[in-house]
Design a protein around this ligand. Structure first.
Ligand SMILES: CC(=O)SCCNC(=O)CCNC(=O)[C@H](O)C(C)(C)COP(=O)(O)OP(=O)(O)OC[C@H]1O[C@@H](n2cnc3c(N)ncnc32)[C@H](O)[C@@H]1OP(=O)(O)O
Length: 433
């Protein structure tokens, strides 16, 4: 049977409430299943749906479903979205303070409906409405690097995947402090929340975590399902005062994997010494040959703390946060800078949300930003994407200029931007969403 009917689309936007229907026919279950199709997952176990609903409520997610009422009779029903989109708000650490970031997640469009502008229509509407609500910026983590530039996002933070040889030659040379020990499952969620809060408060670029994170770190939830993963263990580092300052949760890859591998599920350290002590602990695990982790900082201090730095092998780099400024004065004005100086920026925004000329004045790291009439001679011109990349200091203005992504009237403008936006540490985000 042929089916030439044009799509008949309508969008439903809802926030999950406690009385949401969790049966197979409920809109939440249909929405979750549609999202799962986009990421090639199987259907969900019905008994998991209430737990996912509870998590989504805790995160205060807003869910979008696009429905097509003109599909063949045998197709998934019209109550089953052909596209999904989700948003929530969590704080982003920008130094001087935390700003509310509009997070975009769960973006999927069914193969039968792709490349018809469905993503574009959801995202342009959502970004406009988020800007109207006064949110200074939007963030996301991207499945592909080619999708979101056109919507004004710039790649802003990175992590690297590492493999550390923890056989005899592994030794952390820093002086030993505090205690690191396995903790009982019943305390693990609370400890994970408490330690992450300490880490987040001091880590530039960190984003507050959703409900599922401490549960997965503790093993109370597994990676795929919200049921206990009995193979996950969690060790906590207590500093010299006895304060929990870091945790690592890990899972053995099994005796069939050689070299024998311990995979880090999550590692969060609120202090540099907690970080090294967690690695000292990992190095003490008998019968393990390598430890793997995909969330290390690009400027990881660990190799500098090892007797044999060649134990540490970088396997790859991954981009994490993509940033899209929605309100340039609010976003720049909340961030801590370095030094002092004044610069006029011309920002180009194809979506017309945040473009214009801005005077950025920084005095001893504190910024004031003024939106001005089109400047006759800006010191630097860049797209909103490039400003999103520059925003957290994950790339220098010099690198953007060398890449043709920032056009400076004079060389000292680039130098000044390097000083102002530069940081001694890279921005670091270990929250995926
Ligand atoms: C934040 C997150 O959730 S990341 C996860 C993103 N989702 C996935 O990776 C799941 C699998 N992919 C999909 O479901 C879909 O292909 C999507 C959501 C990526 C794209 O949805 P579509 O409705 O097909 O996109 P739409 O038709 O609106 O395209 C908008 C523009 O993006 C481009 N585009 C869309 N997808 C891609 C892609 N994967 N790579 C490069 N360009 C893309 C289109 O060509 C179009 O360009 P134009 O407007 O400049 O001509």
């Amino acid at each position: 049977m042929s089916h030439n009917t044009a799509p008949d689309l309508h969008t439903e936007i809802f926030s999950t409430a406690a009385d949401e229907d969790v049966t197979a026919d409920g809109r939440f279950t249909k929405w979750l299943d549609a999202e799962g199709i986009g990421f090639h997952e199987g259907t969900f176990d019905p008994e998991d749906i209430p737990k996912f609903l509870g998590a989504y409520q805790a995160d205060q997610r807003v869910l979008w479903g696009v429905h097509d009422r003109a599909q063949p009779a045998e197709a998934l029903g019209a109550d089953h979205p052909v596209a999904t989109y989700g948003t929530m708000v969590h704080p982003l650490n920008v130094g001087a303070g935390q700003i509310e970031a509009h997070q975009i997640t769960a973006v999927t469009v069914r193969p039968s409906h792709r490349r018809n502008g469905i993503l574009r229509s959801m995202m342009t509407r959502d970004l406009r409405e988020a800007a109207e609500r006064g949110l200074p910026l939007a963030i996301l983590t991207a499945s592909e690097a080619t999708i979101y530039g056109r919507f004004g996002f710039g790649c802003a933070t990175f992590t690297q995947a590492v493999e550390v040889d923890v056989r005899e030659r592994f030794e952390v040379t820093a002086p030993r402090t505090g205690t690191t020990t396995l903790v009982a499952r019943e305390h693990a969620v609370r400890l994970a929340e408490q330690i992450f809060a300490g880490f987040h408060a001091v880590t530039f670029g960190s984003v507050g975590r959703q409900y599922a994170y401490p549960r997965r770190a503790s093993g109370e939830w597994g990676r795929e399902r919200p049921v206990e993963d009995r193979r996950v263990r969690m060790a906590v580092h207590y500093d010299a005062e006895g304060t929990p300052a870091g945790y690592v949760s890990y899972r053995f890859a099994g005796w069939d994997t050689t070299p024998y591998t311990m995979k880090i599920v999550d590692l969060v350290a609120a202090t540099p010494s907690a970080y090294l002590e967690l690695w000292r602990y990992l190095g003490s695990l008998d019968l393990v040959q390598v430890v793997t982790w995909d969330g290390a900082r690009r400027d990881d201090p660990l190799p500098w703390a090892l007797r044999d730095r060649r134990c540490y092998d970088v396997k790859g780099t991954e981009d994490v946060l993509w940033v899209r400024l929605l309100d340039v004065p609010a976003a720049l004005g909340s961030r801590s800078f370095r030094g002092s100086g004044t610069i006029v920026l011309e920002v180009l925004d194809a979506l017309g949300l945040a473009g214009g000329s801005y005077v950025l004045t920084v005095v001893d790291g504190v910024a004031q930003v003024e939106h001005v009439e089109a400047a006759a001679a800006p010191d630097a011109t860049l797209t909103i994407n490039a400003l999103g990349s520059l925003y957290l200091g994950g790339v220098s203005a010099s690198a953007l200029a060398a890449a043709g992504a920032l056009d400076a009237a004079a060389g000292d403008a680039v130098e000044l931007l390097d000083t102002l936006f530069g940081r001694s540490e890279e921005p670091y985000c270990i929250t995926h969403f």
